[in-house]
Design a protein around this ligand. Sequence first.
Ligand SMILES: [Zn+2]
Length: 316
Amino acid sequence: MGDQVYLGVDLGGTAIKVGLCDEQGNLLQTDEGPTGTEHGPDVVLENIAQYARKLVTESAYTWDQVAGIGAGIAGFLDIPEGFVKLSPNLGWRNVPVKKILEEKLGKPVKIDNDANVAALGEAWAGAGRGIANIVCYTLGTGVGGGIIINGRIYQGSNGMAGELGHMIIVPDLEAIDCGCGKKGCLETVSSATGIIRMGKEAVERGEHTSLALVENIMAKDVFDAAKTGDETALRIINRAAMYLGKSMATVSVVINPQRFVVGGGVSKAGDILFDAIRKYYRECTQETAQEGVDIVPAILGNDAGIVGAAGLNLRG
Ligand SMILES: [Zn+2]
């Protein structure tokens, strides 16, 4: 086979996942191993190089067929230079990832932040396949985002584009502090952390809810309670969805994407969440902004990070 393949690296705090994609973004082969975060960046980058070579050796492809390598990394990055400025979960400061990996592997290397990479994965080979302009939300511990315009990640002037979780959207009287230092960010209400907090607060207020029987409330407990008709849980999910829908309405008047893709653990709440997001989106947009626009769940799950990273050399 003379085809080229693209290698993606999902660099997490505990595991490094690697994968090979073809030119259409189909994931051909994956592998993973421990990150070795405690041993510092030199060892972690050597681990990446070893896992990458092993992946290709064990595949039907040769190293010569690897056209490029991409890595998704959580943290503050200098994307053009391929430099990690600060990554709290890896404990890294000023690590020239691109330079070191290019020396070790002899291939072009690109890096990008984990949320942008997940968005690119969905755009290339997931829920946004074949659509030029999409905006992705990843609802996890926080709310991540990625903007894809004409099939490519939109970085903004200094890499801050797509930080959707820090849209300030909750009215002042209800706003609480966000981890970013501001108040009232989308992330404070629509992340798993926000949903858990609202659940605990409702129990503390003495609301009549089945959540009062749960020892340590997780976001899934709130979804499960909502599915049984628990009014408190339904109200919490509705609130998370309302701000998501309103934020999408805001995004739509700025860049008018054709599709919003929503992934991450909170998206597992399913129709209860999505129906409400769509309702608030419709309420807050003009009819012309709704035509041909849809809001759908992500489909790649945890593979979005590897696929998107692999795609950085084509569409980053
Ligand atoms: Zn914030």
